[in-house]
Design a protein around this ligand. Structure first.
Ligand SMILES: NC(=O)C1=CN([C@@H]2O[C@H](COP(=O)(O)OP(=O)(O)OC[C@H]3O[C@@H](n4cnc5c(N)ncnc54)[C@H](O)[C@@H]3O)[C@@H](O)[C@H]2O)C=CC1
Ligand SMILES: O=C(O)C1=N[C@H](C(=O)O)C[C@H](O)C1
Length: 259
């Protein structure tokens, strides 16, 4: 039986992860980490009655779980993953907001500890394919902008997926600005900038998670779009990660790298 701790179990994604792990043969939730809680009863969050709830990660004993699933907040994720690796938990991380430097440090720690794990900015198949297709398209259409659209409760901007898309595109094109002489008569109108790739973040009620990558060429354009209409759609990727994480001997970034 693989024992699983879920950090952020009371949140939107945490609850999806709880339902997934409860349904998987061979896996059981033994612990949960939360920030603040209305109830201390695990069953109020669909956790097994025997699961231990923690509100301070320093209280979590090594050995209580094999895998640390993290769907928390950008400000907590680095500390959580570091703690997990230092205490022998294999991290499966969906939380966004890790910097390249933080990812590098965590990768080095995972190698030192010989512990595998996965950091995936997006566990949805449509987003994984969008990033792959966008990287391919950028070889032929190097002028590109990204528009990501999310629900109004999202804490970070741009989304981890948009940033990841930009990084993958940047691998195959020369850094350059499209329309470098534009002046902004309203600050921010041209969006964020990753190596010359503009990223626009939309936050609106009714949306869940969506992304468009727009490529422009001479007399033609290409748009690649993905939509996540239901948070349940991310769980097929989390399931793969849970099943494969035991085979990894270091942190891997990107679901596409374990499929
Ligand atoms: N990789 C993926 O496929 C996906 C990733 N996400 C990311 O997952 C994260 C969580 O998203 P949601 O569930 O929508 O947010 P949410 O706000 O619904 O849930 C976050 C939970 O984390 C808890 N929390 C806050 N600080 C904490 C701490 N220090 N320790 C433990 N728990 C803490 C909060 O109390 C809350 O219950 C975000 O970074 C989001 O971008 C969201 C959807 C898909
Ligand atoms: O906060 C969200 O909702 C999502 N976060 C991830 C991101 O920042 O890319 C994945 C998906 O877009 C949903």
């Amino acid at each position: 039986m693989t024992k699983v701790l879920i950090a952020g179990f009371a949140g939107s994604m945490g609850q999806q992860a709880v339902n997934l792990v409860n349904s998987l043969p061979g896996f059981e939730i033994t612990a949960g980490l939360a920030h603040t809680l209305k109830s201390q009863n695990p069953e109020d969050y669909q956790l097994p009655a025997a699961a231990k709830i923690f509100t301070n990660r320093a209280d979590i004993p090594a050995g209580i779980a094999d895998v640390w699933v993290d769907f928390t907040v950008p400000s907590a994720v680095y500390g959580n993953v570091k703690f997990a690796l230092e205490h022998g938990f294999r991290p499966v991380v969906g939380t966004t907001g890790l910097t390249d430097e933080q990812e590098g440090e965590l990768l080095a720690l995972s190698k030192k500890k010989h512990l595998g794990g996965l950091i995936a900015p997006n566990f949805g198949m449509s987003a994984v394919l969008l990033m792959k297709f966008a990287k391919e398209a950028a070889k032929y259409f190097p002028d590109v902008e990204i528009i990501e659209m999310h629900h109004e409760d999202k804490k970070d901007a741009p989304s981890g997926t948009a940033l990841s898309t930009a990084k993958m595109i940047a691998e195959v094109r020369e850094p350059h600005q499209t329309a470098p002489d534009t002046t902004e008569s309203l600050a921010g109108a041209r969006g964020g900038d990753y190596q010359g790739i503009k990223i626009h973040a939309v936050r609106l009620p009714g949306y869940i998670a969506h992304e468009q990558v727009l490529f422009g060429g001479k007399g033609e354009a290409l748009t690649i779009r993905q939509d996540s209409f239901d948070r349940g759609s991310f769980m097929s990727g989390v399931k793969v990660a849970l099943e494969r994480v035991g085979e990894l001997d270091q942190l891997v970034v990107g679901l596409e790298n374990i499929l």
